[in-house]
Design a binder for this molecule. Structure first.
Ligand SMILES: O=C(O)CCC(=O)C(=O)O
Ligand SMILES: [Fe+2]
Length: 333
């Protein structure tokens, strides 16, 4: 049984998008979506952080790796012939591989995307059905990428400990044996982009997600003050998202952010999301330094694996999973 539960098997959208279709199949149509805010001049901008100032080692290496991944691997992997991709497809018991996540009902609306979902760390959790067959040079790039992502994650967590004025290592020690999962997202173009959705609105379940927008095509949007704001991909930059578990750990000081992915009418889009969380058997809750009499714990203590199971057992719906982890106040609210 998979660590994350299961998702119903769905057809490849990549193959579907190759057909000369005039009508989008009903299951992919999402009417009544929240509109995107279009005027770029008044939009709030995502803050840009200079990694050089954060990372004191191996910046060049990281850049080289970033280029290697862009040039050699992800694109080729998604464009493998469908027959070859089949050996990497999800199975009814195992959500890792190509397919979609969060598909729980046969008649559920689907996303205009194929993804490849894989657990990369700790090493012993690597899926023997998938990992050894990943073609080179992607497999070696993935190996390096995974380690660099872990280093970057720990560096950011250390900076956050300082910013939050909590004990050194108070958070970092939770990640000695961390779990790392990746979603490689492939969004084919669609002639009616406004009627389909690449990825439904959600917050990420982990601590932080590092998103590489591989071919720098626009599509990612964040919900800010109730409005959907497009995020322009920047060259040589990652987008870093706060996930639900970081909101729990910081007792609500850092809040996970809702985002979605839209589709382009002409261009395909590839993004690689790498998410970190403490290892599955760890129990987590608001970190002690951030729980005080004035600010009692906002969230229950939970086993990381249980949070994962709950998150992956539902349909993807905004921040609803995190809301269920809140401590109820005396009025039952
Ligand atoms: O493709 C994107 O821009 C968003 C991906 C994402 O949110 C995810 O994989 O969790
Ligand atoms: Fe996400």
């Amino acid at each position: 049984m998979s660590k994350f539960g299961t998702s119903l098997l769905v057809p490849s959208v990549c193959e579907l998008a190759k057909q000369p279709i005039t009508e989008i199949p009903e299951q992919y149509l999402h009417p009544n979506q929240d509109p995107t805010v279009i005027s770029h001049t008044t939009l709030p901008q995502a803050p840009i952080i200079d990694l050089n100032k954060l990372l004191y080692e191996d910046v060049t290496e990281l850049e080289k790796l970033d280029h290697a991944c862009k040039e050699w691997g992800f694109f080729q992997f998604f464009s493998l012939p469908i027959e070859e991709k089949k050996q990497f497809w999800q199975t009814p018991e195992d959500m890792e591989g190509f397919g979609q996540l969060f598909v729980k009902f046969e008649d559920q609306k689907l996303e205009w995307a194929d993804l490849f979902f894989i657990h990369t760390l700790p090493l012993h959790t690597r899926n023997p059905r998938l990992f050894p067959s990943i073609p080179q040079p992607l497999r070696d790039n993935l190996e390096n990428y995974s380690l660099e992502m872990k280093k970057l994650f720990i560096t950011i967590i250390r900076s956050m400990e300082i910013a939050l004025k909590i004990e050194p290592n108070e958070l970092v020690e939770l990640f000695e044996d961390l779990s790392q999962i990746m979603r490689w997202n492939y969004y084919p173009p669609c002639s009616q982009p406004e009627n389909v959705i690449g990825l439904n609105p959600h917050s990420d379940s982990g601590v932080l997600t590092t998103l590489l927008q591989v071919n720098e095509v626009e599509g990612l949007q964040f919900k800010k003050d109730g409005k959907w704001i497009p995020i322009k991909p920047l060259p040589n930059a990652f987008v870093i998202n706060v996930g639900d578990i970081l909101e729990i750990l910081t007792n609500g000081i850092y809040q996970s952010i809702e985002h979605r992915a839209t589709i382009n009418s002409k261009k395909e889009r590839i993004s690689i999301a790498t998410s970190h969380r403490p290892q599955m058997s760890r129990v987590i809750g608001p970190t002690p330094s951030l729980v005080t009499i004035e600010k009692p714990a906002l969230f229950k203590r939970i086993v990381v694996g249980d949070y994962n199971k709950t998150f992956f057992s539902r349909r993807l719906q905004g921040k609803s999973c995190l809301d269920d982890m809140r401590v109820q106040n005396e009025n039952g609210k």
